[in-house]
Design a protein around this ligand. Structure first.
Ligand code: HH2
Length: 292
């Protein structure tokens, strides 16, 4: 973890009881499904991250490789070149930063640059060195449900009982991480919406957050702008609205997930989900939101 000791304090703050965390998405990629190319310039990326913090983001998740179905993999050097300077600048500015990577070396270097969370959509499966690398850093480890890279994930979207299967496979990924040295209390789980899942699977998992939470870890939900929301909002012609027009639906999922006890939500539009989190908190306990 960062020699200055920033990390443990940030990790403790992120795990402390409180409202559902809002994780702002910062894709420094040319091809992310909803905002590819917008934040490739470092100054634009840093400004957008600061704007997300101002809008209520508790954490900024910096990713340098699109994981959308069919995406081409990015080389390790290019991924590092994209994310590390941004991680360093944001951490130096006091922003709590997560690195969205499937590579142990990128994760290690990002934590050295000041990241306090390693967010691995593969749950440690894509790089067998990942869990041990995270264990050595003191960072929080987000372990998502995953069944393979973008080129195969669609073909693997078959389940006997998607909730039972995802719970079992997530538990196995968690167990692998703990066996590699990551303390269980530093593991956050994520159902991996859209990863080897079709819309009915995503909805089934959202309806069953309680069964995912029963695994005993904070739960991160990444529904923002995803295909299952586009399908829900499709017009009479069946055409889904473009990804940036799915933020209202994303905020509704945020409110419901927060109310169901999610630890955090990973979103592109922070302001709407930050408001949704506050609505959920006030709904649960009016005193929670009394000003002052
Ligand atoms: N923990 C977690 N991380 C994630 N990272 C990327 C994406 C995909 O969304 P996005 O980053 O916007 O798209 P792309 O992968 O095309 O960059 N989804 C998740 C998610 O659901 N959970």
């Amino acid at each position: 973890m960062e020699p200055g000791g920033r990390g443990p304090r940030d990790v403790a703050a992120l795990l402390a009881p409180g409202r559902c965390r809002v994780v702002g998405v910062l894709n420094v990629t040319p091809d992310s499904f909803s905002d590819g190319g917008r934040w490739m310039a470092a100054d634009a990326a840093v400004a957008h991250a600061q704007a997300m913090v101002a809008a209520g983001a508790d954490l900024v998740d910096v990713g340098g490789e699109s994981t959308r179905p069919g995406a081409q993999r990015v080389g390790a050097d290019e991924e590092a070149r994209r994310v590390l300077p941004i991680v360093e600048r944001l951490a130096a500015a006091g922003v709590a930063v997560s690195v969205d990577t499937m590579r142990a070396d990128v994760a290690r270097r990002a934590v050295q640059a000041g990241a306090v969370v390693v967010n691995d959509v593969s749950g440690g499966l894509a790089d067998e060195a990942m869990a041990a690398a995270v264990a050595a850093t003191g960072a929080l480890f987000v372990v998502s449900h995953w069944r393979g890279h973008s080129d195969v994930m669609t073909s693997r979207a078959t389940y006997t009982d998607v909730v039972a299967d995802v719970v079992a496979e997530l538990a196995a990924a968690r167990d692998r991480a703990v066996a590699a040295g990551v303390p269980a209390e530093r593991v956050v789980l994520d159902p991996g919406l859209g990863f080897a899942k079709v819309g009915e699977h995503d909805w089934a998992l959202l309806r069953s957050l309680d069964r995912l939470r029963a695994l005993g870890h904070p739960l991160l939900v990444g529904a923002s702008r995803k295909r299952f929301l586009g399908a829900l909002l499709a017009g009479p012609d069946g055409a889904a609205p473009p990804a940036p027009e799915r933020d209202a639906a994303t905020a509704a999922v945020t409110a419901l997930a927060a109310h169901a006890g999610a630890w955090g939500v990973r979103v592109h539009d922070v302001a709407s989900s930050a408001a949704a989190v506050r609505v959920a908190a006030a709904w649960a306990d009016p005193a929670a939101e009394r000003p002052g």
